[in-house]
Write a protein that binds this ligand. Structure first.
Ligand code: HEC
Length: 133
């Protein structure tokens, strides 16, 4: 009996530690995504295609971590398939990121800035959704 209790305690500690780590990773990934967006903007303002390229690369990398888009407990509470939603967001952010670079390389800065704004709207709409769920 004591053994079982001990094991239960151990398992829940490990699980708790894991969800904590994931939570921190999410915040870290989100912060890196913010830096990627700032890099892209810097590239626009300094008219430097390599800086835009780096920002786009970082944005695509960070946006690919679907896990960081999911706030634990939300699916259970609302029945919303957050994984599917997160995957869709990853896909559209990746597509827009590619469009930003293509437009900027073509010298169409307005189209590039427009793509940037569309990514930003994705960030904001998920944050709004996540927080009001
Ligand atoms: C599909 C959902 C989703 C998308 C898309 C998304 N985020 Fe987040 N973001 C989250 C969640 C979940 C949190 C944590 C919110 C909370 O716990 O209240 C968060 C938090 C953040 C934070 C705050 C981190 C902190 O330390 O407080 C920043 C900055 C951030 N996101 C940047 C971005 C940027 C930049 C984008 C777009 C490129 C983006 N996010 C797109 C879900 C998303």
């Amino acid at each position: 009996m004591k053994k079982i209790l001990l094991i239960t305690a151990l398992v829940s500690t490990v699980l708790f530690a894991q969800s904590e780590a994931r939570h921190l990773d999410r915040m870290k990934n989100m912060q890196e995504m913010e830096v990627a967006m700032a890099t892209i903007q810097k590239g626009f303002l300094f008219n430097n295609v390599n800086v835009v390229k780096n920002g786009v690369k970082d944005l695509k990398r960070t946006a690919s971590f679907t896990d960081s888009f999911i706030k634990p407990g939300i699916s259970k509470k609302t029945g919303v398939n957050t994984l599917l939603y997160a995957k869709n967001q990853t896909e559209s952010i990746t597509m827009l990121a590619n469009e930003i670079l293509v437009a900027f390389e073509k010298g169409d800065q307005y189209a590039a800035a427009n793509g940037y704004l569309m990514v930003l709207s994705k960030c904001l709409s998920c944050h709004k959704t996540v927080r009001s769920w």
